[in-house]
Design a protein around this ligand. Structure first.
Ligand code: TXA
Ligand code: MG
Length: 348
């Protein structure tokens, strides 16, 4: 199948909405990352999502709807969840809620909960409204690769495996939505994103953050969110994070850079805008500004994909404090690095 690359005109959105209703796969922009959408109530269409991505069947999907009303037939929404939805939706937040029987097992891996998201991207909203069906959509990348933040990224991974991709420009947030489990007594963030725990505390008495957010699962530990089981966001090259006092980090990164070059490997450094002058003469990529961590979120996946395109063997990256949006950045960066971290303060 030749995948159509669609600009978001009324005509093209109607075409994509029709494809969704007919059980086909459509790549859609959202404010977080691009999604690979299919009619959530059509089992064979949902199976096609798993096949296209090479995604394990036990990793459940998020169901996208345009409004809270459209979510009502799919899940039970108590007062507390409604408060969260009314405050943060549409937006980069996904709520795990008790599912209603209409959700096919293939969507949520047979779990008692279903993940619901109301995206704010105008193109996604229009497509959801026009299609009239709830849309199951994981990130539109090959399983394990960094999520796509442009329509071209979707084509790079999945061209020929979907009906069409709608070009909605670069994603504003750049990292996947915050996933909060609202079925627990204490609502728990399973995946950090653009909506931070502090923001959630404005409408909830308590918010927990799953401990596994910043570390690998221990042997035999059960993942709260199946997606956390899998290797994620990984570039082809070997990425290592370097933490510590900035001057020590910079000096260690430069030493590692030159040592790696001596081994005949291609090497790249990821650094924040404020630190770029320290790496003069090195192959260095800016991954955003420390002063504005949302710029790091927005660029991270594109920079990882770019390193792949350039065939980089070895990567070293600076790190940001795991606070606010920085928590989401460090969650993705740690996984992309397979949790490999060097402490520059210890290395001397
Ligand atoms: O921003 C986003 O959330 C994007 C856009 C397209 O909406 N979607 C996305 O989907 O990131 P995906 O499939 O790549 O990640 C969904 C995550 C996975 O870690 C999955 O395991 C978890 O949500 N999840 C979904 N349903 C769940 C459930 N019922 N219980 C626990 N975890 C669930
Ligand atoms: Mg994903």
């Amino acid at each position: 199948m030749e995948t159509l690359f669609l600009t978001p005109t009324d005509e093209n959105l109607a075409l994509a909405a029709k494809a969704l209703r007919e059980g086909q796969l459509v790549g859609m922009p959202t404010e977080t990352v691009y999604g690979l959408g299919a009619d959530a109530l059509n089992e064979s269409a949902v199976r096609a999502i798993f096949a296209a991505k090479g995604r394990p069947a036990d990793n459940p999907l998020i169901v996208h709807v345009p409004t809270i009303e459209a979510a009502e037939p799919l899940c039970y929404i108590d007062k507390r969840a409604r408060r969260v939805m009314e405050h943060f939706c549409p937006g980069p937040l996904t709520l795990l809620l008790p599912k209603k029987p209409i959700i096919p097992q293939v969507v949520n891996a047979g779990l008692p909960s279903v993940a619901i998201r109301i995206p704010s991207h105008p193109v996604a909203r229009k497509l959801l409204e026009l299609s009239g069906v709830p849309v199951a959509a994981p990130s539109a990348n090959t399983s394990g690769k960094p999520s796509p933040t442009t329509a071209q990224h979707v084509l790079d991974d999945l061209s020929g495996k979907l009906h069409s991709v709608i070009d909605g420009g670069s994603c504003e947030v750049g990292l996947e939505s915050t996933v909060i489990d609202m079925t627990r007594e204490v609502p728990t963030v399973l995946r950090p994103g653009g909506i931070t725990p502090d923001m959630l505390l404005s409408v909830l008495d308590e918010v927990a953050v799953a401990e596994s957010v910043l570390r690998p699962l221990k042997d035999g530990e059960k993942a709260l969110s199946p997606g956390m089981l899998y290797k994620h966001y990984a570039p082809k090259g070997t990425l290592t994070l370097v933490k510590g006092e900035p001057a020590r980090v910079q000096s260690l990164m430069k030493r590692l850079y030159h040592a790696t070059q001596q081994e005949g490997k291609s090497v790249q450094l990821f650094a924040f805008a404020e630190h770029l002058p320290a790496y003069e003469g090195c192959n260095v990529k800016c991954i955003g500004s420390l002063g504005q961590p949302e710029t790091i979120a927005r660029q991270l996946f594109a920079v990882l994909r770019q390193a792949d395109a350039e065939g980089i063997d070895v990567l070293y990256s600076e790190v940001v404090a795991a606070e606010g949006v920085g928590l989401a950045v460090m969650n993705r960066l740690s996984r992309a690095a397979g949790f490999r971290t060097i402490d520059a303060d210890q290395e001397g």
